[in-house]
Design a protein around this ligand. Structure first.
Ligand SMILES: [Zn+2]
Length: 300
């Protein structure tokens, strides 16, 4: 995994530019891919642009471009002021839809950290159609998407409703990827297996904009080091490109610098007779990224 270096030198550069007033609280990493106190992206401030160029290069270092060989980076700026790095994770031998794009990574990571919305995206490439759909369900039609080439500093700035007009989406200001009710999921015997409790936690974080359907799914993984990570279905309106529970899980693992091959056991929980099941998908991905891992499912 890439080393995380302090932002101090970059911050100093950004804060001493002629247009940028000094900040009392410099940005810092709170986790390998999470930053606090990052100044807003201001295309008119060269020092700020330089800071984001460096951060995009750091984001790209987390990429696993096993198929394309191309490293993509993204930064999701949350309403809290925290920033989340994202990178493309390509899973060789898996289905194309299992690929995780950089902006999807960053948005999913922001959700996992309890963000209530996004204020901006900064990324190395134009978002693909799938990512535009996901960005459109982030809550705000006026979300700023800045495309910044980290090598040349060339940039383009758009609102998501310009990038993706007339979108098909159930998302509203009060029901979107970042603002939705927590799912109520019960299990008859939650003490039967500890990972079931964790999988239930993942299920409760599902995004289900299409009401009345049994599409929730939770996942939990125990690693060789004993740590447990969770994930849940982020069911986009279409419902493609839904972010699957295993993708949510892999993003959280990667963001903590964990190795996917260290997954030891996975447990999923899904409704009986679900409208969508994510179990076979998770099983297939796991077979490639952690072939020695076991996987089980509980129905609730
Ligand atoms: Zn994409």
């Amino acid at each position: 995994m890439p080393s995380v270096t302090p932002l101090s030198s970059l911050v100093t550069a950004a804060q001493t530019g002629p247009e940028e007033p000094p900040k009392s609280n410099p940005p810092f990493f709170t986790a390998p891919m999470v930053i606090e106190n990052l100044p807003p992206y201001r295309p008119e401030h060269p020092a700020t642009v330089s800071l984001y160029q460096e951060l995009l290069i750091k984001a790209q270092a987390f990429a696993s471009p096993a198929v394309s060989g191309r490293r993509v980076g993204a930064i999701a700026i949350g309403e809290s002021g925290k920033a989340y790095l994202g990178a493309n994770i390509e899973l060789k031998g898996c289905a194309p839809g299992d690929t995780i794009h950089a902006e999807t990574f960053a948005i999913t990571l922001a959700r996992a950290h309890g963000e209530t919305g996004l204020s901006a995206m900064v990324q190395t490439l134009q978002p693909c159609g799938s990512c535009r759909q996901i960005l459109a369900e982030a809550g705000s039609p006026s979300l700023s998407v800045h495309i910044l080439n980290p090598d040349t500093a060339n940039s383009v700035h758009k609102r998501i409703d310009n990038l993706f007009p007339h979108s098909y989406s159930y998302a509203t200001a009060s029901l979107n990827l970042f603002n939705h009710p927590q799912l109520t999921v019960h299990h008859d015997d939650p003490d039967a297996f500890p990972l079931i409790q964790s999988a239930l936690s993942g299920a409760r974080q599902c995004y289900l904009p299409n009401p009345g359907r049994k599409t929730w799914s939770g996942i939990a993984a125990k690693l060789k080091n004993g740590k447990v990570y969770i994930g849940g279905a982020i069911t986009i309106s279409g419902p493609n490109p839904t972010i699957t529970p295993i993708q949510d899980l892999l993003i959280r693992l990667t963001s903590h610098g964990e190795s996917l091959s260290d997954i030891e056991h996975v447990h999923m929980i899904e409704p009986r007779q679900p409208d969508y099941s994510f179990f076979r998908n998770a099983e297939a991905v796991l077979e490639k990224v952690a072939p020695c891992a076991t996987i089980h499912k509980t129905q609730a």
